[in-house]
Design a binder for this molecule. Structure first.
Ligand SMILES: [Zn+2]
Length: 174
């Protein structure tokens, strides 16, 4: 987001040169540069044997299931966010998380850091913001995630990590 007015004092921002960033909106009163930064978020694929944990959250995608996701809080490491979001949204504990790469959605100002992790303990007790949470055989996951392009990329990376050599998991991608 490129601010025009200072979100703290409401005064109009001036452009100020900031080296590699070029001209950046600046509040002369609060002495703050407002860089156009994305919001870091995590996306987590939780694996249990042959299954992967998928959520239904209609406010994100009407007709697709999605992976667990959430914003990184200020003062929190990305790894802490991964464990916290899985616990908050589904009630389970995971272990051995692994970073799978990043994706970005410029129009939503999101930088998505994607991870996989393995089921450790607990039963699914979903949070109120989640409509459904269930284990789905990983071969059926891509077919249920039609609208979630980032999530599908993560599932494909998980299939790769699992050493999956079949074709069945990709049948809906043709
Ligand atoms: Zn200000």
């Amino acid at each position: 987001m490129r601010y025009r007015f200072c979100p703290l004092c409401g005064k109009e921002l001036k452009e100020r040169f900031s080296y590699d960033e070029g001209n950046v909106p600046y509040c002369e009163y609060d002495k703050i540069l407002y860089f156009d930064l994305p919001k870091p978020t995590v996306v987590v694929a939780v694996v249990k044997g042959e299954d992967i944990l998928l959520l239904k959250q209609s406010y994100i995608f009407k007709n697709s299931k999605v992976l667990i996701s959430g914003y990184v809080s200020n003062g929190e490491t990305v790894e802490e966010t991964v464990y916290r979001e899985v616990k908050e949204e589904t009630g389970i504990e995971i272990k051995d998380i692994k970073y799978l790469g990043s994706s970005c959605l410029a129009d939503k100002e999101l930088l998505m850091l994607t991870y996989m992790g393995y089921y450790e303990s607990g039963e699914i007790t979903k949070s109120p913001e989640v409509e459904g949470a269930e284990w789905v055989n990983i071969e059926d996951a891509l077919c249920q995630m039609e609208e979630d392009e980032v999530g599908k990329k993560v599932v494909m990376a998980v299939l790769n990590e699992m050493g999956y050599k079949g074709k069945n998991a990709y049948r809906c991608e043709i």
